[in-house]
Design a protein around this ligand. Sequence first.
Ligand code: ADP
Ligand code: MG
Length: 385
Amino acid sequence: MGAQQAQVRGRFAELYGAAPEGVWAAPGRVNLIGEHTDYNDGFVMPFALPHQVTAAVSRRTDGVLRLHSADVEGGVAELSLDALAPGGDPQWTAYPAGVVWALREAGHPVTGADIHLSSTVPTGAGLSSSAALEVVVALALNDLYELGLQRWQLARLCQRAENVYVGAPTGIMDQTASACCESGHALFLDTRDLSQRQIPFDLAAEGLRLLVVDTQVKHAHSGGEYGKRRAGCEKGAALLGVDALRDIAHADLDEALARLGDEEVVRLVRHIVTENHRVERVVSLLHAGDTRAIGPVLSEGHASLRDDFRISCPELDLVVDTALAFGALGARMTGGGFGGSAIVLTEATEVDTVTKAIEEAFAAAAFTTPRVFEAVPSAGAHHLN
Ligand code: ADP
Ligand code: MG
């Protein structure tokens, strides 16, 4: 039994007076490529991190949900299932409560639970701790209550929990990544029909490393800016007469852009269409075993997010510029933007050089020291014992 698992089990017993019925884990993720495409019916390609939320869970029959997190100050929160309603809870408990709410709304007979969880996923770093938290709860309840839901269905319910119950507008990528990723693979996901393919992505076997650089900054306006980008993309699709920007083929991009007058919409559309194309290029390259060649595609993606989608920030740009200047194969911001994390693809032999260069560049710029760690493509949500 792993240390985190044993700890979670022990703490559950202390809090609730009995051993849990089981322990489950669900990972955070990074998105290799395909940024902001998920609300445009497009392609994304996340992989799961070794960092995960671990939850010890038992059923209850009395309509009560008890929640505790090792990572948050405070005692056990006790909620009545009948009183669960969207929008009423500004605390972290809204995420797991939202999952229970979404399951019950969909008609699943969940009659209560005791939950204790503990996480190694950095929160608010763009690594999707929120989805990991939702998915671990959904998987645990699916197993305990024998609901028979498939992984993609759990992801859908978790997305609904986050969108409707918590009130955070997110696409389907994060929950699907946490629920469906497999170790040693990236997940190619078509967010239109939710079809997915596991793409072999074994970095270590090729002498490569992928670093995550958490800038530890979160610029305050990120929420509103996300909404604006989303609305701008919808406007672009409407102007072009398609259901979603996914429907604009890369080969038709120039012609489509020429039909748009609005310069801002032009930039948004160009990012989405070229980004979908980049996902397809990365899939082809990985299938061909040409992992090093994805580096420049990642870097192109960053330029597009910085110049066309305009959601980068000085810290993210500094990571990318420094990494590339010191020999990285490719680098890009990942996640929603305006802070959070960047990823860097590098030869294993260059990890120390690149890391040191980034740390020094941040010190010279008087930015907060970034957190750098290696991302090994890891397993999706699973039952531990
Ligand atoms: P991200 O998903 O990128 O990490 P979000 O803002 O979407 O950032 O989600 C972070 C929120 O998820 C936290 O503010 C908290 O409410 C909740 N959360 C994440 N991990 C935990 C945890 N271990 N315990 C309690 N709440 C958590
Ligand atoms: Mg989140």
